[in-house]
Design a protein around this ligand. Structure first.
Ligand SMILES: NC(=O)OP(=O)(O)O
Length: 323
């Protein structure tokens, strides 16, 4: 596939909305969304056509808990996890959409550099027989202590596991994304000069039946793996994954940890197979980067949200490039 040098997919991690130790108040969500928008504006101002995706792990779990609270207090019905995923796309998409619109407006870029910002409720196709449905691995919602987590598991039939980052959390199935139902709309809007927020939270997991009809399934897809599908499908030259660490590291967290500035896709695969990158953390990010390059992408970048612009210029983050 032809690659468009100036098309870029940017994947926002959790710190785009909430930073460590901070309460999840609306004020904090807005503050962080505006901060994230600021980094994007610098990239947009250089003529990049930007599609944005984002995580939803904490929020989709919180939505599920709000529903359970509503059931307990008022007997309200609980929606399924795919519907909770759709809600999270609206919640987080709205925050990015409005903050980015306002930043572009303030800087006189709206109507000149871009026509507008739009969020697409995006459905991500998975295989309904994906073995991931039998082995929940995706952490969602808040962190608990072991006792609380086990009590909630008993009460609501959840699966809970210790999180390598500390504490215990609910885990749900996370099937491998294949593509997006709305991809042609994403391409059209980008070509027409809109900034597009798509595949939020990895997209709403759906399968397509033998009549070609779409149906939701209960899961949460990894946003970086789904972001790769998006970046490859639109022919983006660059796929940038923004998180809360400055670079990819070998032996991360150990006394001999070593930051990586640049690695070829073969080197990335070797390190991945050697187990340098933790599942549920750097693992899927590096895997998404490997897939992007193997599918014809020019560069994948993994770096800190606040260094997005510098990373795009090769002055920060880790670049994964073809051999
Ligand atoms: N869906 C998803 O991958 O979300 P997080 O990145 O927040 O875990």
């Amino acid at each position: 596939m032809d690659r468009h040098e100036k098309y870029i997919v940017v994947a926002f991690g959790g710190n785009a909305f909430q930073t460590k130790g901070e309460k999840g108040t609306p004020e904090n969500y807005w503050k962080n969304a505006y901060r994230s928008a600021e980094f994007l504006v610098k990239i947009i101002n250089e003529g990049y056509k930007v599609a944005i995706t984002h995580g939803n792990g904490p929020q989709v779990g919180i939505i599920a808990e709000w529903m359970l609270a509503g059931k307990k207090l008022k007997g309200l019905e609980v929606m399924t996890l795919d519907i909770a995923g759709a809600m999270s796309q609206g919640w987080l998409g709205y925050l990015i959409q409005q903050s980015l619109y306002n930043k572009l407006q303030e800087q006189g870029l709206l109507g000149k550099v871009v026509k507008g910002v739009v969020t697409i409720v995006t459905q991500t196709i998975v295989d309904k027989n994906d073995p991931a449905f039998q082995n929940p691995t995706k952490y969602i919602g808040p962190w608990y202590n072991e006792e609380e987590a086990k009590q909630l598991a008993k009460e609501f039939g959840w699966t809970v596991k210790p999180d390598p980052r500390g504490g215990w959390r609910r885990v749900v199935p996370s099937p491998d994304p294949k593509g997006h139902v709305e991809i042609e709309a994403v391409k059209k809007l980008l070509d027409e000069g809109f900034i597009v927020i798509a595949s939020g939270g990895g997209g709403i997991p759906v399968y397509i039946n033998d009549k070609g009809l779409v149906h939701g399934v209960e899961a949460v897809i990894d946003k970086d793996l789904a972001g790769e599908r998006l970046a490859t499908a639109i022919g983006a030259g660059t796929f940038m994954i923004l998180t809360d660490v400055d670079k990819v590291y070998l032996n991360y967290g150990k006394p001999d940890q070593k930051p990586i500035d640049v690695m070829t896709v073969s080197e990335a695969k070797k390190f991945y197979e050697e187990g340098h990158f933790k599942p549920g953390s750097m693992g899927p990010k590096v895997l998404a980067a490997i897939r992007f390059i193997e599918n014809g992408g020019k560069q994948a970048i993994i770096g800190h949200l606040t260094q997005a612009y510098e990373a795009l210029k090769g002055k920060a983050g880790t670049r994964i490039i073809p051999d």
